[in-house]
Design a protein around this ligand. Structure first.
Ligand code: SAM
Length: 280
């Protein structure tokens, strides 16, 4: 087996620094450096980019990203116990790894990064979804990031790439696919992690589009999609009734049957519906 760097194996790092996994922090570590290098390669060309990594833990993915040639990695980790292990990696890659001990939901990483920027992370489920929504809804588009390479529970990954008519289709799919290309690039069984989680995982790679796929005002689109999927089994003329007195006409002009349900309606039609509100 080829070592990707001269640092100790991750199992040894965990023992040396007493990094027993904490459930409260969603800690399921990747200890196979061949696997973390493979995930890093899925993030795209790294050599001309700064990488934002959230939740490096003992640093398996961090080591993968650096070994694969990342220009710089900014790693934000909440668990203070991981700092000495991450400092060892920083020593092995002088000037290329900056670590911040803090909560990624509260830290603005931008002042620490130089474009082009890619994001890579293996995060707990709740934090990952919250951050994904924030990355997908910045004040300005295009966003500061070029791509996001994120590990999720497989069920969440399927919601991101879902198409109309499928059970997983909903707000997350529309939000992700409106302004990004999204695909599952790897699936991992529970045994890939230590300790193994209960479910399978998948890595999703999202690439920011220079412009939205179809024009629409983000706030209006988000409001309509939220209302439509809030009562996903209801016909749209019912679930969107409160949006406008002439909602049936608007639906028809957007090419949507008023008797359709939210899960039957594609992104292009939702954007067309949102545009009927821009003229108001
Ligand atoms: N990246 C490592 C790996 O692949 O082995 C660790 C993955 S583990 C699933 C998630 C990591 O995110 C843990 O190290 C945990 O401490 C960290 N974490 C959890 N919540 C966080 C937050 N709000 N901000 C930053 N890091 C967080």
């Amino acid at each position: 087996m080829s070592a990707i760097d001269d640092l100790p194996p991750l199992r040894e790092v965990i023992t040396t620094h007493g990094l027993s996994a904490r459930k409260s922090l969603g800690q399921n570590f990747l200890l196979d450096l061949n696997l973390t290098a493979k995930i890093a390669r899925r993030a795209g060309e790294l050599s001309d980019c700064d990488i934002l990594e959230i939740g490096p833990g003992p640093g398996g993915l961090t080591r993968g990203l650096l070994a694969e040639g990342a220009r710089k990695v900014l790693a934000i980790e909440k668990d203070e116990r991981c700092m000495p292990a991450l400092a060892e990696i920083a020593d092995a890659y002088p000037g290329q790894l900056e670590v911040i001990n803090g909560d990624a939901l509260e830290i603005d990483p931008l002042s620490h990064l130089t474009p082009p920027i890619r994001v890579a992370a293996n995060l707990p489920y709740n934090v990952g979804t919250e951050l994904l929504v924030r990355w997908l809804t910045p004040k300005q588009w295009p966003p500061y990031w070029q791509s996001l390479t994120l590990m999720f529970q497989r069920e969440v990954a399927e919601r991101i790439i879902a198409t109309p008519g499928s059970k997983a289709y909903g707000r997350l799919a529309l939000l992700a696919q409106w302004r990004a290309d999204a695909k599952i690039v790897m699936t991992l069984p529970p045994e890939a992690f230590s300790p193994p989680p209960k479910v399978h995982s998948a890595v999703v790679h999202l690439t920011a589009l220079p412009e939205p796929r179809y024009p629409a005002d983000p706030a209006i689109l988000s409001r309509l999609v939220a209302a439509a999927f809030n009562q996903r089994r209801k016909m749209l003329r019912g679930s969107l009734k409160g949006q406008a007195p002439d909602i049936e006409d608007r639906l028809l002009s957007a090419g949507i049957k008023p008797t359709d349900r939210a899960e039957q309606v594609g992104l292009e039609q939702f954007c067309a519906l949102a545009r009927t509100f821009e003229k108001d």
